[in-house]
Design a protein around this ligand. Structure first.
Ligand code: SF4
Length: 250
């Protein structure tokens, strides 16, 4: 069963390697982490107060009743196709943690369908789950690996899976790492990032400013740009937040 929190678009990809590309987003429900360190407070439908990331409505199974359930790839494709504008947009699988569905045959059929039909497909993932890559078409998946640092509040064992990162980087054509950091976490962040990079193959690395409003992005962006320049990483803005202030569904 594929559990989908929301489908939206066409809009633009707001961050990472494909920033600015017209895209349709498919947001999967469930996550293997809860990232309390990101300090977004919310209340579950049954009134329990919790703290997590700004995608809590997709990561926390307390919201499961609000997710759409699809038994087959065909059923989900039929729904996603309603959002396609008539030209080839990117398909972006996000979450939650979409790789929780990797072993599901219908998930594989869903991805293969769009790749075989000429769409570029990105998976936005925390990169911590064991997956097997063996089919040729899977080389074309762009894994946007948003590996979590200690500011997420998760343990190192849970958030860092160097085997998975190594397999993905070696097997696919253009996957990359991205790290979201704030100006008060730069020194610690760079030590942690360099430690992670020392354990995996070389790939593109993007630094992005933390923030769910354009004011916060403004506050953090200059120091993150300076760090990227100093260390030879790429900088990615978070365009969707600047333009829409993290409004859902755009
Ligand atoms: S891994 Fe990502 S989606 Fe999951 S709780 Fe952490 S920030 Fe949210």
């Amino acid at each position: 069963m594929l559990e989908i929190n929301e489908i939206f678009g066409p809009t633009i990809q707001g961050e990472g390697k494909k920033i600015g590309f017209p895209s349709v987003f498919v947001r999967f429900g469930k996550c293997n982490m809860s990232c309390a360190g990101f300090e977004v407070e919310y209340e579950t439908p049954s009134g329990i107060k919790k703290c997590s990331c700004d995608s809590f409505y997709a990561s926390d199974i307390a919201f499961r009743d609000e997710w759409q359930k699809y038994e087959t790839a065909i059923a989900l494709i039929k729904e996603v196709d309603k959002f396609l504008p008539g030209y080839k947009v990117d398909i972006v699988l996000t979450g939650g943690e979409p790789l929780l569905y990797w072993k599901n045959e219908e998930f594989q059929k869903f991805m293969k369908h769009y790749i075989k039909n000429g769409h570029h497909l990105t998976i936005e993932t925390n990169g911590s789950i064991d997956i097997e890559l063996c089919e040729d078409w899977q080389k074309e998946i762009l894994f946007s690996l948003s590996v979590k640092l200690s500011n997420s509040g998760e343990s190192l064992e849970k958030r860092l899976n160097t085997n998975t990162l190594t397999n993905i980087i070696n097997f696919t054509n253009e996957s990359y790492l991205k790290f979201v950091i704030s100006s008060d976490f730069l020194d610690k962040a760079i030590l942690e990032i360099e430690n992670i990079l020392s354990q995996i193959p070389k790939c593109d690395v993007y630094l992005m400013p933390l923030g769910d409003t354009s004011e916060l992005i403004d506050k953090n962006s200059l120091s993150v740009i300076e760090l990227a320049i100093k260390k030879g990483f790429k900088y990615s803005d978070r365009l969707h937040i600047r333009v829409w202030n993290n409004k859902r569904g755009v």
